[in-house]
Write a protein that binds this ligand. Structure first.
Ligand code: 5GP
Length: 202
């Protein structure tokens, strides 16, 4: 069976990662990696669906036991990708979406050079700020912290394989672009090592 593709989607707060991912996840060949985090759930978030909400002690134990594919500290909290869940999905042949920040993405690429890294961006920094304030889920201090972080992270976009812009009300189009990227990647010769053997049936 073909192994699934490891798709990393990063984007600053307000880039619309969640909405774009929701489009991708309507398809049966995509699965979402539920991260573990030490941050508190936001209103409406559900344990085991948005994140596995765990304590710092538990998180550090999991790192120690080698149970994290990658992890990072972001704005005062730990976030990480559970290794076993990720491997199970990839071996099932489905594409796995990791919605993670830039440091985690870099670590994934170092471990799995085949991973496809997509940077999802709002059309501009000004639009990002509007979206963040409009969301109303974070305190002013948290908003400023996340905007400052976004300013640093944008320079990491150059390390990614693709950049996709999420214009207002165009999240379905952004998801379509990502699907096109994945389709093309599946056709890459470098991912199809047995072209002649499979063709000749040997
Ligand atoms: P939020 O608190 O807004 O849900 O997430 C904060 C940041 O952490 C986002 O950029 C999100 O993509 C990133 N993030 C979520 N889960 C993980 C993870 O497992 N690993 C890493 N490296 N980043 C994550």
């Amino acid at each position: 069976m073909k192994k699934g593709l490891l798709l990393v989607i990063s984007g600053p707060a307000g880039s619309g990662k969640g909405t774009v991912n929701a489009h991708l996840l309507k398809r049966e060949d995509f699965e979402y990696s539920v991260s573990a985090t030490t941050r508190a759930p936001r209103p409406g978030e559900v344990d085991g669906v948005n994140y596995h909400y765990i304590t710092k002690e538990d998180f550090l134990c999991r790192i120690e036991r080698g149970e994290m594919l990658e992890y990072t500290e972001y704005c005062g909290n730990y976030y990480g990708t559970p290794l076993k869940e990720a491997e199970d999905v990839l071996h099932s042949g489905k594409n796995l979406i990791l919605e993670i920040e830039v440091e985690g993405a870099r670590n994934v690429k170092a471990k799995y050079p085949d991973a496809v890294l997509v940077m999802l961006l709002p059309p501009s920094y000004a639009v990002q700020e509007q979206r963040l304030r409009g969301r109303g889920t974070e305190s002013e201090q948290k908003i400023l912290e996340r905007l400052a972080r976004a300013k640093e992270e944008i320079y990491c976009a150059n390390d990614y394989d693709y950049v996709v812009y999420n214009h207002d009300g165009k999240d379905a189009e952004a998801a379509e672009q990502i699907l096109s990227i994945i389709s093309a990647e599946h056709c890459a010769v470098s991912r199809n090592k047995r072209i002649a053997e499979d063709y000749l049936g040997i």
